[in-house]
Design a protein around this ligand. Structure first.
Ligand code: ARG
Length: 398
C-alpha cells in the first residue's frame, strides 16, 4: 500500500511516517503544501526522507490558495460567527486538493494527515479528499494511535531515531498561512486570560504602532482584489503586501470563542492583517456598485457560506451554487477603496468606481433640478402603510 501523508516537518507528522509504515506495512510519500506558512519546506522534505518516507512532494500553492479560496470568500463577505476570517478553514481544502493531485499521480490508495480527532481540520481534509476520490482510504493517526501527549510522541521519536528539533516547549497550537496565523491552546484555554503580548507573530502591538498613519488604496475588478496603491499584483503578492502594511500598524487581531463543528466551543486568537483590509475595502466598493437587493441577498447568504466553509463543505454542490450567485452579484464591483491604517485600526476614508450607482444629482440636499420628485414619497409611504393601518384598525375595533 502507498500512503500520501500531509507532512509539515513537525513532531506529529514525523512520528506518523514511522508509525504508518509499521502499522500498515506501507510506503509513505510525503506531501508538503506551501500556502505561505513561511517555513523551510525544502528542509521538511529532506527530513521526511531521513525519517523514512520514500519520497516527498513540495507544492507551491500560494497563488491558488489566494485566488481560488481567499478571494472567493472575500467576494462572499464570509466571516464566521462575526469575527473569524476563516484562514485555516480556507487553506485545508486547498491543501486537500493539492494532496489528491499527488495521490492520483502516485497511484496511492490512501492518504493520512496529522489533525486530531477533536477539531475541524480533520473534517475539512477528509471531505475534500472524498470529493476528489470517493474511494480513497483515509488514515488519521491521532484517532488511532495510543499516544496521549506530546511527551509520549517525543519518547517514541527518541526510541525510533526520528530527528526531533530541540524540544522547545510548544506553548500554542499554531496554524499559519498567507491569510492568517491562528493560536489555540496553552494559556489561551482560559477564555478570560488576555493573550500574552509576545505571542503575536505578524502584527505589532497597536499601542506600539507608528505615530504616523499609512494610507493604502485597494483596487477591485468584479469583486476580486487586483491592485495596491495603483500597482497591479498577482494574488499571493497582493495579499503579502497588504499583510506587511497592516501588520506594521497592528491591524487584524481578533480574539474569539467559536463553535467547532464537532460541538465544542474553543478559544482562538487570530492575526489576519491583509484579510481584514480586503473585507473592509471590498464592502466599500460594493456599497457604491452593488444593487441594493443583490447586496441584501448576498448578505443573508454570507453567514451560510461562512458556515459551509468553516465546517469543511468547501467542495460541495451548495458552496459551488452559492459561489455562482456571489460571483454574479460581484460583476459590477469594480473600483477602489482607500483606508487609513493607524494603531490597530483601518478606517475607510474614500471609495470610487467607474460603475458607481451613487448619484449626487439624486441624493443632494441642494436643488436637484427635478431628478427626484418629493411628492412621490407620500404615495410610497401610504402604500407601505396600508397593511399596517389595516391591522391597527382591526386591533382597535376589537
Ligand atoms: N479554530 C480555527 C479553525 O477551526 C483554527 C484551527 C487551527 N488549526 C490548528 N491545527 N491549529 O479554523
Amino acid at each position: 500500500m502507498k500512503i500520501i501523508l500531509a507532512y509539515s516537518g513537525g513532531l506529529d507528522t514525523s512520528v506518523a511516517i514511522v508509525w504508518l509504515k509499521e502499522k500498515y506495512d506501507a510506503e509513505i510519500v510525503g506531501f508538503c503544501s506551501d500556502v505561505g506558512q513561511g517555513e523551510d519546506l525544502e528542509a521538511a522534505r529532506k527530513k521526511a526522507l531521513r525519517t523514512g518516507a520514500v519520497s516527498c512532494h513540495v507544492l507551491d500553492q500560494r497563488d491558488e490558495f489566494v485566488r481560488d479560496f481567499v478571494f472567493p470568500a472575500v467576494r462572499a463577505g464570509a466571516v464566521y460567527e462575526g469575527e473569524y476570517y476563516l484562514g485555516t478553514a480556507l487553506a485545508r481544502p486547498c491543501i486537500a486538493r493539492g494532496m489528491m493531485e499527488v495521490a492520483a499521480r502516485e497511484g496511492a490508495t490512501a492518504i493520512a494527515h496529522g489533525s486530531t480527532g477533536k477539531g475541524n481540520d480533520q473534517i475539512r481534509f477528509e471531505l475534500g479528499a472524498y470529493w476528489f476520490n470517493p474511494s480513497i482510504k483515509i488514515i488519521a493517526p491521532w484517532r488511532e494511535w495510543d499516544f496521549k501527549s506530546r511527551s509520549e510522541l517525543i519518547a517514541f521519536a527518541a526510541a525510533k531515531n526520528i530527528p526531533v528539533e530541540a524540544t522547545a516547549d510548544k506553548p500554542y497550537s499554531i496554524d499559519r498561512n498567507l491569510l492568517h496565523t491562528s493560536y489555540e491552546g496553552g494559556v489561551l484555554e482560559d477564555p478570560d486570560a488576555e493573550p500574552p503580548a509576545e505571542m503575536f507573530q505578524r502584527t505589532v502591538d497597536p499601542r506600539r504602532a507608528p505615530e504616523i498613519p499609512r494610507e493604502v488604496s485597494i483596487g477591485f475588478e468584479k469583486g476580486t482584489p487586483v491592485s495596491v496603491d495603483g500597482a497591479a499584483l498577482g494574488p499571493a503578492a497582493l495579499l503579502t503586501e497588504l499583510n506587511t502594511l497592516a501588520g506594521e500598524h497592528g491591524v487584524g487581531r481578533a480574539d474569539v470563542v467559536e463553535d467547532r463543528f464537532v460541538g465544542m466551543k474553543s478559544r482562538g486568537v487570530y492575526e489576519t492583517p491583509g484579510g481584514t483590509l480586503l473585507h473592509k475595502a471590498h464592502r466599500a466598493v460594493a456599497s457604491l456598485t452593488m444593487d441594493r437587493e443583490a447586496m441584501r441577498l448576498r448578505d443573508t447568504l454570507s453567514v451560510e457560506y461562512a458556515t459551509l466553509a468553516y465546517r469543511g463543505f468547501w467542495f460541495s454542490p451548495e458552496r459551488e451554487a452559492l459561489q455562482k450567485l456571489v460571483d454574479a452579484v460581484n460583476e459590477p464591483v469594480t473600483g477602489t477603496a482607500r483606508l487609513r491604517l493607524y494603531k490597530g485600526s483601518a478606517t475607510l476614508i474614500g471609495r470610487s468606481s467607474p460603475r458607481s450607482l451613487y448619484r449626487n444629482d439624486i441624493v443632494t440636499f441642494e436643488d436637484d433640478r427635478g431628478a427626484y420628485d418629493q411628492k412621490d414619497a407620500g404615495g410610497f409611504i401610504r402604500l407601505h402603510a396600508l397593511r399596517l393601518r389595516t391591522g391597527a384598525m382591526v386591533a382597535k375595533a376589537k
